[in-house]
Design a protein around this ligand. Structure first.
Ligand SMILES: [Zn+2]
Length: 280
């Protein structure tokens, strides 16, 4: 019966019974774009929506997003950027805290480009003569690093998305994990708290405590903490530089030439508040 009626009506008259009236309308849907994830979806657990995902879909920045980015309350709490990223993610199952920091940066830079263009003008202090001058970075030139340049380093990936790094002096086998955005925020809060209470700042060891999962298979946090405190500086430096090699993300260094003294150097593109508020 249903099939018949369909065929009949289709055959009877292809034109709609009532002519559509032109109704004034505005399309509010925000355009989206696809951003490559430097992690390529590695390191996300199986249950995570980004497990194995090479890219992520984000909405273009809207005026509402600009509100978030300029909200003094959110800025003071330091959560404006996270709130903003959460907002532009199309897949609402993804929590911004669970993003790897390199992937988060890729989303930030892509959003900055689609919202305000690739030219980023900000103040840079010359490392040579300390003159503060304006410099324009080209965000379109920022390249991703996949965390795969491990040549000459004793680093082994594990099945759980972690790496085992062998330390040259103590010969410790140190298992490290990649930091999520949430981990990095906690670390920043920890550092801020120590600074405020004028306690000894322990930024380097705090960071190591955060990334180290186990040492020689031992997972006891207290033992790991003691081992980190007692670690020879040579090993701790090796561990930090090896860690930087496995972390996928964006290469945020670009060439800067000082207008005052002519000194040239590769510098980190500052990811300060200016990033979204610099003049066009
Ligand atoms: Zn200079």
């Amino acid at each position: 019966m249903r099939d018949n009626s369909k065929r009949l009506s289709a055959g009877a008259d292809p034109a709609p019974a009532v002519a559509a009236q032109p109704v004034p309308t505005l399309d509010f849907s925000t355009p989206t774009e696809i951003v490559d994830l430097p992690s390529r979806g590695r390191f996300y657990p199986e249950a995570h929506p980004l497990h194995g995902a090479e890219a992520i879909e984000i909405k273009f920045m809207t005026a509402k997003d600009e509100d978030i980015l300029t909200s003094p309350t959110l800025l003071k709490k330091g959560i404006a950027i996270d709130r903003f990223i959460q907002n532009v993610l199309v897949d609402k199952r993804i929590n911004v805290g669970s993003l790897l920091s390199g992937d988060k940066n890729a989303i930030l830079v892509a959003s900055r480009i689609n919202g305000f263009g690739a030219d980023y003008t900000t103040k840079v202090t010359c490392p040579n003569c300390s003159t503060v001058g304006e410099h324009t970075f080209d965000l379109a030139e920022v390249e991703e690093y996949l965390g795969d340049d491990l040549e000459g380093l004793d680093i082994q990936p594990t099945e759980h998305g972690t790496y085992i790094i062998s330390l040259p002096r103590t010969k410790f086998q140190v298992e490290v994990k990649l930091l999520s955005n949430k981990d990095e925020n906690e670390l920043a809060q920890q550092m801020e708290a120590r600074k405020k209470s004028k306690r000894l700042e322990t930024n380097l060891t705090d960071q190591l405590r955060k990334i180290v999962v186990s040492i020689n298979g031992v997972e006891d946090r207290s033992l790991i903490s003691q081992a980190i405190d007692a670690m020879p500086a040579f090993d701790s430096r090796y561990l930090r530089s090896a860690y930087l090699k496995v972390v996928p993300g964006l290469d945020m260094t670009q060439h800067f030439t000082c207008g005052a003294c002519g000194f040239g150097k590769e510098v980190d593109i500052p990811m300060t508040v200016d990033f979204f508020w610099s003049k066009q």
